[in-house]
Design a protein around this ligand. Sequence first.
Ligand code: AMP
Length: 419
Amino acid sequence: MRVLLLGGGGREHALALGLAADPAVEVLIAAPGNPGIAEVAELRPVDAADPAAVAALAVETGVDLVVIGPEAPLVAGAADAVRAKGIAAFGPSAEAARLEGSKAFAKDVMTAAGVPTARAYTCTDPEGTARALDEFGPPYVVKNDGLAAGKGVVVTDDRAAALAHAAECGRVVVEEYLAGPEVSLFVVTDGEAALPLLPAQDFKRVGDGDAGPNTGGMGAYAPLPWAPPGLVDEVMADVVHPTLAEMRRRGTPFAGLLYVGLAMTAAGPRVIEFNARFGDPETQVVLALLETPLGGLLHAAATGALADHPPLRWRDGAAVTVVVAAGNYPGTPRTGDVITGADRPGVIHAGTARRAADGALLSAGGRVLCGTATGPTLAAARDAAYELVGGIGLAGSHHRTDIAAAAIDGRITIPGQPE
Ligand code: AMP
């Protein structure tokens, strides 16, 4: 099988490692890729925002499967353009990717499908926003309706700040606050059959103890020792299958990766958000534990053959990833600094570039690298991931020091459940 992987972040480096390890994948091409992905794939330039360019590259490279990593090309219609050329694409159509592309659309689908989620109003003017904020009370949750790279959500006790965010965004979803630990569940689906991956937890806030602003994700771990045993089955039955059925009913089946972001509330799991692609950095830990060959799995989903796919196999133990972020991230990151110590297995590239003159590795984004490790226990995986991070030299960089710590120490509790 010849595979083209679209994207160039940490998620795509993790996907590239998984695809390259699949004996059925003979040729792996990545566009645009990154210096880490270059170790396992041939890199090609592409304008990922241009579906016609993506489809043309798929035709030119003669691939059997295109795996689309990021959300922006999906929302722009890259999967549709590839499929129109008769080539299998792992990723939903533009219509189906609206589950991520529009928070209001996602709420509409959830309501129609009876999926448990926060009560919400879509608001376009200050009066409507104020009414919604006052109905739910603090903490206030205000979400930009469109794509915002994980940074369009404000959760605050400050009513003025909530109103200001709404004014900046234009169209927002205001919703009730969901209290409880968060779970990310990835589901591979061909639109009808669906296979859940291991639940993971990521860390959205920039600082230890969940202090500071939201980011694209500062670390992750899997599996979740504190998750109730029946959680995945419950979410498949109450969330995933009803959502897939509603998307089929609308004539826009969702095939690809359905990312279910959940809060474990006292009333049960509630959907915080859907994404239409693998999450970053949870992909790094989930795929580190997946033993089933990745290319075959994604190809089955892309060709409507998932019902015939064997059950997924997982490695024992746990995985942890810790993001090394550039100075000033999640503000405008400091870039162009030389990185040392990245040349070790488990170091995933997220925002790096090679200096043309001498091939030196440079920082080139907000999230620069992820130290990813597995181990027989969560504590062992955590220690190994921090060992990797400790070996990385990057001026001005920062990382969280508490990834997986609360889970390891048994400090995560679901509201209303006995401790
Ligand atoms: P989203 O982009 O929807 O995932 O939101 C980003 C983050 O904001 C989530 O991971 C949560 O930590 C937080 N968040 C979003 N919606 C809610 C909610 N209704 N209640 C509590 N926290 C929320």
